[in-house]
Write a protein that binds this ligand. Structure first.
Ligand SMILES: [Zn+2]
Length: 294
């Protein structure tokens, strides 16, 4: 499992790659445009190509992009839903241009009190976005939310139903699990058992390897409080064991890991990436030793 961070894009994608490499990242997540806007200036094709080449030359791991926070795939307002599909299409194309392995999106608000209707609304939005974007679209990664207000895509049941429906619509998609959102949403990822329960539920509905990306953020709040407040790895209510468990799960073997931390870069990223790498290295030693007393 490769480990990295959400990296600032202020100086452009090549600068972001330099930042990531210097911070010890093996993979990274970026914003392909301002996440607080619907649309943005077009990417310069030469810059995008130089970025893809630089990533390949550095043998850098997969790059992910995070889409606009304004996108609401479940909106009951048809105009907002249309605008969301168009903005998502734009993000899928930007991610494709940058060679990203996936573009992360939240499911948005619940369409109705009915889960099935809400899932269908999300799947229709994903399909519409892919139709607009065409074949150069990046893979879609559905991220779980903390469950504030009427947010949809919180529980394992909601996430797996949404992924299954999006795939059934013909859209290439996988999941991004944010540990802080999961924990705030009531999913206990403090232990191997908790993680195993979560993965078993996702795999039962969507098959193995459905999680492509983990946002490894600790959580300032307690279990099920629905507050999306990230803490450094091991400094929140999930705790260090919850993050260590990720590296023992065969179902996550193909997933990448990125932190999205508050604080000042590059130290916040260097330090959290270092903590996760130490847990990964420890897991390799323990798994090689086999079952038995630690
Ligand atoms: Zn996240």
């Amino acid at each position: 499992m490769l480990i990295g961070a959400q990296v600032p894009m202020a100086g452009g994608p090549l600068r972001a790659l330099e930042y990531a490499v210097a911070a010890g990242c093996e993979t990274m997540q970026i914003f392909a445009k301002s996440p607080r806007r619907w649309m943005g200036p077009a990417l310069d094709p030469a810059t995008a190509e130089a970025f893809r080449e630089a990533c390949a030359a550095a043998s850098f791991g997969p790059v992910f992009s995070h889409t606009s926070y304004l996108i609401n795939m479940g909106s009951e307002d048809d105009a907002l839903w249309d605008r969301s599909a168009e903005a998502l299409a734009d993000e899928l194309l930007r991610a494709g241009e940058l060679g990203a392995a996936g573009a992360v999106v939240h499911l948005g608000r619940r369409f109705s009190d009915d889960d099935g209707e809400s899932v269908a609304r999300v799947a229709a939005c994903a399909l519409r976005a892919q139709e607009i974007a065409g074949p150069s679209a990046a893979r879609l990664l559905l991220e779980n939310s903390a469950g504030a207000g009427r947010q949809f895509g919180v529980t394992a049941a909601e996430m797996s139903a949404a992924l299954a429906a999006v795939r059934a619509a013909g859209v290439d998609a996988a999941l991004c699990i944010d540990t802080c959102h999961a924990f705030a949403g009531g999913i206990d990822v403090r232990s191997l058992e908790g993680w195993s329960t979560l993965l078993a539920e996702l795999e039962a509905a969507c098959g193995p390897g459905s999680v492509a990306l983990i946002h490894a953020n600790d959580c300032l709040g307690e279990l099920g409080t629905h507050k999306d407040r990230h803490a450094w790895v091991g400094e929140g209510h999930i705790g260090i064991d919850g993050f260590g468990a990720m590296f023992h799960l065969p179902g996550l073997a193909g997933a990448s890991v990125c932190v999205e931390m508050p604080g000042d870069g590059p130290f916040k990223d260097e330090e959290n990436v270092r903590r996760l790498k130490a847990l990964r290295d420890d897991a390799v030693v323990r798994d090689a030793r086999g079952p038995g007393p630690a």
